[in-house]
Design a protein around this ligand. Structure first.
Ligand code: ZN
Ligand code: ZN
Length: 110
């Protein structure tokens, strides 16, 4: 088993976007386009201790006073929830739009 501890680019398992590394040195697992992530960390961002490797779905966005936007992911395989700091190029607005459209569709009274 090889544990990868460095940054590398990847192809998003959910939408197929090719995700490049961040140049500001911060870490990311999630795709900036759909915000899906992969269950590779167990205790915290970047530890790469998880053997699950399930797809992690963004379930909500929290705003943290100091850290800014936090994306809350839930693993679709083991249901673990993790909070991740968002990257500057993450499409938070797009995610919120999709969520509110979904909410409107689900709550339509017709
Ligand atoms: Zn994606
Ligand atoms: Zn998992």
């Amino acid at each position: 088993m090889i544990f990868i501890t460095r940054q590398e680019s990847f192809i998003c398992d959910h939408c197929g976007t090719s995700v490049g590394v961040l140049t500001n040195g911060s870490y990311r697992n999630q795709c900036p386009a759909c915000l899906y992530s992969k269950h590779v960390d167990e205790e915290g961002p970047g530890d790469r201790k998880s053997l699950c490797l399930g797809l992690m779905k963004p379930i909500r966005i929290d705003q943290h006073a100091k850290k800014g936007w936090m994306i809350v992911h839930q693993c679709m395989k083991c249901l673990k929830e993790m909070r991740n700091r968002s990257a500057p190029d993450d499409d938070i607005v797009g995610f919120m739009q999709r969520e509110s459209e979904k909410f409107a569709r689900e709550n339509r009274k017709d």
